[in-house]
Design a protein. Sequence first.
Length: 211
Amino acid sequence: MEPLESILARLRAALPQVEVHLEPNPAVPEQASLVVARDHALAVARWLRDDPALQLDYCSNVTGVDWPEMLLKEKVKVRRVVDGVEREVEETVERRRPGHLEAVYHLYSMTRRHGPLILRQRTANRAEDTHLASLTPVWRSAEFQEREAYDLFGILFTGHPDLRRILMWDEFQDFPMRKDYVEPDDYEYEPTPHDAVLTKTQRHYPAGGAP
């Protein structure tokens, strides 16, 4: 497969209106990603699938990622007057990164036998605006996996043909893969509590009572 920089250049030439950028991965240099705005995700997905040189016709996996709000510290170089002389010095600055959720797609071409290309969408935040575009209309294999990301992370996929929980029961109120998820300690559904679960359930038994 051609370098991601070349793919991005051709994509922008074909769809100049879309918001998409390349995001490097410092941990794994060969696995940079394309990050696309949710309003343009369907158009970009169709182009990746239909472009003759790419033909990314298979979505192998979709996963969610939770990025809570975080205070980041980074070192920057600034010019300061030190002992009467202007010098370049290194200082630590803080910036707050807003929280958001992310859907990550790994794309391959069965026709051309290449990949993966990693495509990402990001929500506006982790609270009231967690909508992203469903890419199931482009890759049918994304259907159950987007449902899993909805179930466990709370990502709402607009345009999904059957968006409902797939692992948790319908009445479940939370999203277990969120980093701020608090596991319940009542375990009323646990018929034979043991070990750590037993310790937690005992808080709900009458004094001197037994499971």
